[in-house]
Ligand binder design. Sequence first.
Ligand code: PLP
Length: 461
Amino acid sequence: MSGFQFSFTPKTVPQINTQYRRIVTKIPVPESIEILQDLNKYESISMHGQLPVVWDRADDFQVYDAWGNQWIDFTSTIFVANAGHGNPRIVKSLQEVLDKPLLHTYTYASKERADYLKYLIDHTPVQFEKAFLVSAGTEATEAALKLMRLYGQKSGKKRPGVICFEGNWHGRTMGAQMMGGNWTQKEWIGYLDPNIYHLPFPYPWREEAVANPKAYFQRTVADLIRKYNINADTDLCGFMIETFQGWGAIFYPSEYIQEIAEFANQHRILITFDEMQSGFGRTGKLFGYMHYGVEPDLLCCGKGAGSSLPLSMVLGRREIMDLPEIGSMSSTHSANPMACAAGKANLQALLEDGIIKKSIPLGELFHEKLQAIQGKYPDYLRYVFGKGMVAALLFYDHAGNPLPDLSYAVCEIAMQKGLLVVCTGRESVKLAPPLSISEEALLEGLETLDEAIGEALEVRP
Ligand SMILES: Cc1ncc(COP(=O)(O)O)c(C=O)c1O
């Protein structure tokens, strides 16, 4: 978000009562204002800026407040609830750990942790032989940075160079922000790591990147090497790649990623994908990188890894994962037994209950309908990107200027109509329904979105 806060003034809106949506009060709800104001008063404002809905209960693909309103959820609480809110398998396994009780174990062993790790490694691609479990996504990307650099040291590299991308996002801690490609967000650091480099992103509106993705990579990496006097064999240990660029759900051309893999292989450089948003089925495959036809060395996941409790991880080959000394890479909340129980039940739900598989045709329908919506508003809705159950709508004016105000208006009107979407704080609106959503609810949500865009454009000055 970028300093924008939705209005806390309750507004009379049309009442809605459908199978999946119910709006029976003013929005925001007058009785909820005190809670919202308490949060403003007692919590850092940096946590704020989302839609003013006070969540009371969330079940599968619906969110409820305490005053009788009910929304279709196209947020999955920011890409977390892939298996659905309160997935019964997850609730049951959490209940079992709660009933013991075993709420925390630090890195003392637990059966929950061993069971989860075994299941995770058995059900992910073969090169992922070990995992490092933490809580936040930013910890996972920091850990991958460390692992890539330890690998570089061990293999005799002279500089700990890591290549990242313009516009990508890897979290809010220092290493993650150094790797991130948003310049203003890292001004607070006061200096830049001289061994973290950024390549331009092959955006679909960059003609050179679209015309020949491989040549675009070769040209831009050659420029980088020249500019920083890099020896690709001795000065680079890793690539950090956000599988799709988050704010706009923008994927790279596959040939571009394949060319990175070629280059990395030639110069013994590790490839890490940051799968925080794209992992655990979101794009129709278990991991988003699987769309590119390459195999990474390291994978950073979080969010949908547990569909609920804080759980994130790095996955990789044994030789890389075991580089840190015994006891030298852990965190107090690593591998919490509740998080592990949720993680295993989540993966079982996604794979054994067929949630990912069933979401594939839904994802196709989702994008087909979104293309039709774009066709209705071509003057403002310039792009619709994404794959599977993630999409982003990007709004621009005739001159190509981004329209964040229009995206806020779409989010706000959708909320008033019983649909929750992700407000990115810029010109995009992101959509990420739980993969378990029914076709009927998905279609109802899309119709609501269509109406919200139409109304937002009608009231535009
Ligand atoms: C691609 C990506 N990487 C890393 C992160 C950081 O995750 P967390 O907020 O759990 O620290 C995020 C969070 O939005 C993300 O989208």
